[in-house]
Every structure is written in C-alpha cells, then in structure tokens.
Design a protein around this ligand. Structure first.
Ligand code: ATP
Length: 341
C-alpha cells in the first residue's frame, strides 16, 4: 500500500499555537498532497494567519509537528524557508524600488544565480502580466500590480510549496480574474495553500478546502463532497399558482421525502414562490415538472434546482462548530468529532 505521507508536500500533526492567554490554533492536523491547491477558510480570528506563519517557519509552534516536503519546520527552519514561497497578508513591498530591481534583489537573497535570474524574471513578468510596469517604482503602482509582484516574488525561485494569505484582498473583479488564472497555472506544478474570505474564488481555484473555526478544523474535503456532507438535502424553488394541498399531494407522489420548507404570499397574478427540500442528491426536476403539469389545477411558471455554494458550506460548518462550543462541557464530550483532514 502506498504511504499517503510520502505523497504529501505538507504534513501538519496536532499543531497547537498559543499566544499569551489565547490558543489561536488548537490541535489541528491535515495533509496537502503534492501539486494540490488547498483553500484555507475561516471567519476572522479563526487562526488562519497563525497557521500559515507556523507552516512557513515565521512563528514557532507551541506543540505539534509540521513537515514541508519531508523537512521538519521546527528542526530545520532555514531549509524550510527555501522550500516555500510565502505571500503574507498585506504583503509589504519596498515602496522606492523598481519592479525588476526588487525581483532581482529577492532572487539574489534566495541564492539564485545571476544567469538564471534574468530569464526567470522575464518569464514571471510575462506570467504575472507585469511587463508594462517592469521599470516602474513599486510605491506608485496600484494594489492589483502589487499583489501580482507579491505572487511573482513567491514563485520566483520555483519552490515546491506556495502559501498565500488573502491573495485577492482589495482587488477589483478584473484583477481577481488575473490572479485566479495565475494560481490555476500553478496546479500540478506546485503545492499551494490559499487563505481567503472570497469563497467563490476558492471554489473556482481550489481542489480541496479546509475550514477552521476557533483554531480547530471544522470541515475538510472537496467542495462537492462537503456540500453533500454538510448540506445533505437538495433544494428546489417553484413559482406556482394553486392550492398548497394539491402541491403537497403531487410532491408526496414524486418522492415521499420532498417537502415544502417555505412559501411566499401570492403576487398580483396569484403565483407563490415555494422552496422545497428533498433527502437525496439525484435530480428530480423532470419528475416534478411532469407531475405538476399533469395535476391539472396547478399552474407552474418557474422551476429551478438550487445550486448550493461554498458559502452555504462555510456557514453550515462554522454554525455546526459554534453549536458545539455553545454546548455545556459534559454535552461537548459526547459531540461528534470533526475530521482532522
Ligand atoms: N501576536 C498575537 N498576540 C496575541 N494574540 C494574537 C496574535 N496574533 C493573533 N492573535 C489571536 O489569535 C487568534 C487567531 O488570529 P489569526 O490572525 O491567526 O486569525 P485569522 O483567521 O487569520 O483572522 P483574520 O481573517 O482576521 O486575519 C485571534 O484570536 C487573534 O486575536
């Protein structure tokens, strides 16, 4: 059998990080496979930045073990820093340097050879759409350019692992698109962890997500699997005129687990919006459409299957974890244990 840790670029085991009086990261464990893009999500104060700082060797862990490509962060912090390209939140850049100058300077600090640096910087200016600002002073550039300079710097020496804290924060939709494409191009070549509050962004970019709250992992998996695990029931919406009892009878005939969750008051034409939920994932839109049309007394104007988003998953996972936190300690002991990824 293959060893899952051998295929992991990042291994985090029972990581704890406490500041004076605050446990920011409370015993989290997860692996990130080589070439995988992992989205790291959590509400404000969940412990995302702290975890990233420990992973990159900028902060020592209180306890636990972190390995990057088989190298222990605690034992070989210097070596680990060379394995990671890190773009911290609000990435600080030297205001008075020119773009090329800065990348060259950072490359030399990363011990890259002069001959190797020139072509690599040209490649990155192209990849990160920075060619037209290559000789501009960084302090005079917009946020979008500055974020891309941060990404260029993180991937400059082609480290196997890239960690980005809120890479699209403060960017406009066009700039977000550029950064998203840029990250997608790293898939398979580098292992990437991205922390973000922008959930559609994460959903589009990441292979897997890890949601933390109050320093603990509260959900982990592929977005589609998490939707099934956390949201369970599929949802539909109808715009329909007719008696609720007639609709209820049709629903029972289509699927005994189909139920009306909310219904609106009728509009001027007598149509109401009904929200439905059903206990399984398989699509029953067509059966619903046929059964309602055949019923005779019901007039259907619209039928749609709700597509749950990562935001729904995030809210369900964090709400579930708050429920556990709110329970009395003796109840908490018997609560379901959450996956540690
Ligand atoms: N240097 C510090 N000293 C004391 N407490 C800290 C320090 N840094 C963070 N904390 C606390 O640790 C907890 C986790 O903070 P962290 O910044 O890791 O969360 P986060 O998920 O990155 O939040 P955000 O999304 O707001 O950046 C918070 O309660 C925070 O107040």
């Amino acid at each position: 059998m293959s060893d899952p840790e051998a295929a992991s670029a990042i291994v985090v085991e029972n990581l704890v990080k406490s500041y004076a009086g605050v446990t920011a990261v409370n015993n989290i464990s997860f692996n990130v496979a080589k070439g995988e893009i992992l989205g790291f999500l959590g509400p404000n104060g969940a412990g995302k930045s702290t975890t990233m700082r420990v992973l990159t060797g900028f902060l020592p862990a209180t306890s636990g073990n972190v390995e990057i490509c088989g190298t222990s962060v605690a034992a070989e912090t210097g070596a680990v820093k060379r394995l990671i390209g890190y773009m911290p939140e609000n990435n600080p850049l030297p205001e008075d340097m020119r773009v090329v100058e800065y990348l060259y300077y950072r490359g030399r600090l990363k011990e890259m050879g002069r001959k190797q640096l020139g072509p690599r910087i040209d490649e990155l200016l192209e990849l990160c759409d920075l060619k037209r600002v290559r000789h501009r002073i960084i302090g005079k550039l917009s946020k979008g350019f500055r974020q891309r300079i941060g990404i260029a710097e993180a991937i400059l020496a082609e480290p196997p692992v890239i960690i980005m804290d809120e890479p699209t924060i403060g960017l406009d939709p066009h700039q977000i698109l550029i950064v998203r494409d840029l990250i997608a191009r790293l898939r398979g070549r580098m292992t990437v962890i991205i922390s973000s509050h922008i959930l559609p962004e994460i959903e589009m970019t990441c292979d897997r997500v890890l949601i933390i709250n109050q320093g603990r992992v509260v959900a982990a998996g592929e977005p589609a699997a998490l939707k099934r695990e956390l949201l369970g029931r599929a949802r539909y919406q109808l715009e329909l005129a007719g008696e609720s009892a007639d609709l209820a009878a049709v629903l029972a005939a289509v699927d005994p687990t189909l139920e009306i969750t909310t219904e609106s008051t009728p509009d001027a034409d007598g149509f109401r919006t009904f929200d439905l939920s059903v206990d399984h994932e398989s699509d029953c839109s067509e059966q619903l459409l046929i059964a309602i049309t055949r019923q005779g007394n019901l007039r259907l104007r619209a039928l749609s299957r709700a597509q749950p988003t990562l935001e729904d998953v995030f809210l369900a996972a964090t709400r579930r974890s708050w429920d556990v936190v709110d329970r009395k300690p003796n109840e908490r002991n018997s609560a379901a244990k959450y996956p540690s990824a």
